[in-house]
Design a protein around this ligand. Structure first.
Ligand SMILES: [Ca+2]
Length: 363
């Protein structure tokens, strides 16, 4: 897209729509422009409230999960990680649960319990992304045998018991994987909803298409029924969309500081990033690629790095070509109260500065 044409179009549209001038005119993507014209421009989010946020992170490591988990486990000042729950997703559960335990070792956080969840989606056959993440799911660094065990309890049972015992709006659920475990818990025990402050997910796309089909992003496409249950649960959802994640592009220059940190976590991150760059070259012919799951952790730590808008979001479960697509109602067609904070823009420089700070804190 020609920048001059786009900015001119933005200015013309701004005048026509009479919407808040500068932010609108500075919209720098067609999607942001269209969203602003619909009357729900993305605005900068306020900083996090002081204190620690209690979180349970559902994950399917996964290269970007590994980096996200390291980032989260380093944030001992801001996040109280009650547990990790592990889902089938990028790879089979037997691989993702083992990888989660390896990442826990890398961060030297044996205090964080890990529970394995569903080995398959709610309804559909599993799909995997080992073409992206490698057969080990965390291609790049050398992997060891995990030092700590899994907890014996099923992840969904853990979620239900923990949330039933929790104070109202005290626990944030963080979804870095297909939403099977969260949906199963919400379906089995709707009485857990009041304890959930927010469900923050790496999910969906509106302006930039999918990454597994033209319409759908992996986490939703892998279990659209589960995603639909979560988005319709009545619990506030925050969606770190691919619209935002694709503003945070990894390039070889981003990797240098991690390689130079001198700690093991920095080396692990650099090794994973190198593998991602190699995939980018194979797949796109370019040493560039999006980073997904770490955006969710960045939102938890520094929401002011992102812009979003409250909108109504549905998940397509029956499409001929669009199964797993997120249908984002920027214009309020469906007249429902917004169920989602849809995050569509990110400060890439601020994101990498935060990631460097967090990874440098680890062994
Ligand atoms: Ca993931």
């Amino acid at each position: 897209m020609n920048t001059f044409l786009l900015s001119r179009r933005a200015l013309v549209a701004s005048a026509a729509a009479g919407l808040a001038g500068m932010a609108f005119a500075q919209a720098n993507s067609p999607a942001a422009l269209a969203q602003a014209m619909a009357g729900t421009p993305a605005t900068q989010l306020p900083p996090a409230a002081p204190g620690k946020r209690q979180v349970i992170i559902d994950t399917d490591p996964g290269q970007d999960d590994a980096i996200a988990l390291l980032m989260a486990m380093a944030a001992t000042d801001k996040l109280d990680i009650l547990a990790l729950t592990v889902s089938v997703g990028n790879l089979p559960l037997s691989v993702t649960e083992k990888n989660a335990r390896i990442v826990r070792d890398w961060a030297n956080r044996p205090d964080i319990p890990i529970y394995a969840g569903y080995p398959r989606p709610l309804v559909r056959e599993p799909i995997f992304a080992d073409d992206v993440h490698g057969k080990t799911g965390m291609e790049g660094p050398t992997l060891h045998e995990p030092r700590g065990p899994l907890m014996p309890t099923h992840a969904v049972q853990y979620l239900i018991e923990t949330l039933r015992a929790a104070a109202p709006k005290s626990i944030t659920l963080v979804g870095l994987a297909p939403l099977t475990n969260f949906a199963a818990a919400l379906n089995a025990a709707p009485d857990i909803k009041p304890a959930i402050a927010e469900i923050v997910v790496m999910d969906g796309s509106w302006g930039v298409g999918g990454n597994i089909t033209p319409a759908a992003t992996f986490n939703i496409y892998a279990d659209p029924e589960a995603a639909s249950i979560v988005f319709r649960s009545g619990v506030p959802v925050t969606a770190l969309s691919h619209d935002a994640a694709r503003r945070v592009l990894l390039t070889p220059e981003c990797i240098v500081p991690f390689r130079a940190m001198g700690n093991n976590a920095g080396k692990v991150v650099a090794d994973i990033f190198d593998s991602m760059m190699a995939y980018g070259l194979r797949r796109r012919g370019m040493a560039v690629g999006p980073i997904y799951d770490p955006c969710v952790i960045a939102y938890l730590l520094q929401p002011e790095l992102f812009k979003g808008a409250k909108v109504s979001v549905d998940v397509e479960t029956k499409g001929e070509f669009t199964t797993g697509a997120t249908v984002v109602d920027f214009r309020g067609y469906n007249r429902r109260t917004p169920n989602t904070l849809w995050i569509s823009e990110a400060d890439a420089e601020g994101f990498y500065a935060l990631l460097r700070t967090q990874i440098a804190r680890l062994p």
